[in-house]
Design a protein around this ligand. Structure first.
Ligand code: MLT
Length: 302
């Protein structure tokens, strides 16, 4: 018999995979394993029983990894399980930044009562005109599960895609479409692209990587998308770049108090993986990992 504790709500479809040997507990102090989504665990006391934590998602910055390593607690994440959900929202983010869909919808809501919408729609067409993605250059920084999906999807939209990853070369990322250019340096990507999307984890080497310097190298009027982690972007530098017009839009899935409400920023409340499918996939993978480890001692990252 094994005891598990769910720290955030984990999708029910995923939990169906738990066999009868697994019993949920309401006290984490009694758990052999904890399943968590994105709730912060840094202040949590770990019981001597705890053997594994499964993060139903990709980023593990909500888990105190050093403490787990000291205590021999195995930490799993579910790489790729929510990548499609994030990819689709990144594409939506590019469209939101290119076509003034939000402005147009707000205009309809504000004017619906005066009965002139159909007549005034001609004015709206001009006021909310945008640009198309086809033929524009997209730079994808980071060619892991999400970056690869975004890069491939963008080629289907007719974009000219540049990929950069310091650890995985574009040539060896076998899942990448052959149509993707290999940027040899990240600067090459900054200088050439109309849209730049970041798909790297938050590490000491990546924190604040989109700063004044990087923004200064980019094309004037660039659109920057961040669905990876807020700390990758220096938000004060981003605000200056939005104010000067260096960046046309910053689309971020991280509603920090610094960036929310800033003109030109399109701020989404961390919805990248919030789809039924992604939540189920992450939970199913997390459940398999926990069972495989507790019962057989197997550590798998899939
Ligand atoms: C992740 O790390 O997988 C994402 O932040 C999505 C999430 O957990 O909500």
């Amino acid at each position: 018999m094994y005891h598990y504790y769910c720290l955030n709500q984990i999708s029910e479809a995923g939990m169906e995979g738990m066999t009868e040997q697994y019993v949920p507990v309401s006290d984490p102090g009694k758990a052999d394993a904890i399943l968590v989504r994105s709730a912060a665990m840094h202040d949590m006391e770990f019981s001597p029983e705890l053997k594994a934590i499964a993060r139903a998602g990709a980023g593990v910055n909500n888990i105190p990894l050093d403490k787990c390593a000291e205590r021999g607690i195995v930490v799993f994440n579910t790489p790729g399980a929510n990548a499609n959900g994030v990819k689709e929202l990144v594409i939506a983010g590019m469209l939101l930044a290119s076509r003034d869909i939000i402005g147009g919808i707000n205009w309809v809501q504000e004017n619906e009562e005066d009965g002139n919408i159909a007549k005034d729609a001609e004015k709206a067409k001009k006021a909310f005109a945008g640009c198309e993605l086809e033929g524009k250059k997209l730079g994808v920084i980071g060619l892991g599960a999400i970056g690869v999906l975004v890069a491939n999807a963008a080629t289907h939209l007719g974009m000219d895609v540049y990929g950069f990853d310091p650890y995985v070369s574009v040539d060896s990322a076998w899942r990448l479409s052959r149509n993707i250019h290999h940027a040899k340096t990240v600067d090459e990507l900054y200088k050439n692209c109309d849209y730049i999307t970041i798909h790297v984890p938050a590490m000491d080497s990546t924190k604040g990587m989109i700063d004044k310097n990087a923004l200064g190298l980019m094309k004037k009027g660039v659109i920057v998308l961040n669905f990876a982690r807020d700390v990758l972007v220096n938000e004060e530098d981003m605000i200056d770049a939005l104010e000067s017009g260096q960046v046309r839009h910053y689309v971020t899935d991280f509603p920090t108090p610094v960036i929310a409400g800033v003109k030109g920023a399109i701020v989404i409340p961390h919805l990248g993986a919030s789809t039924e499918e992604s939540e189920d996939n992450c939970a199913k993978m997390a459940v398999r990992q926990i069972m495989d480890y507790l019962e057989y001692g197997n550590i798998r990252n899939s």
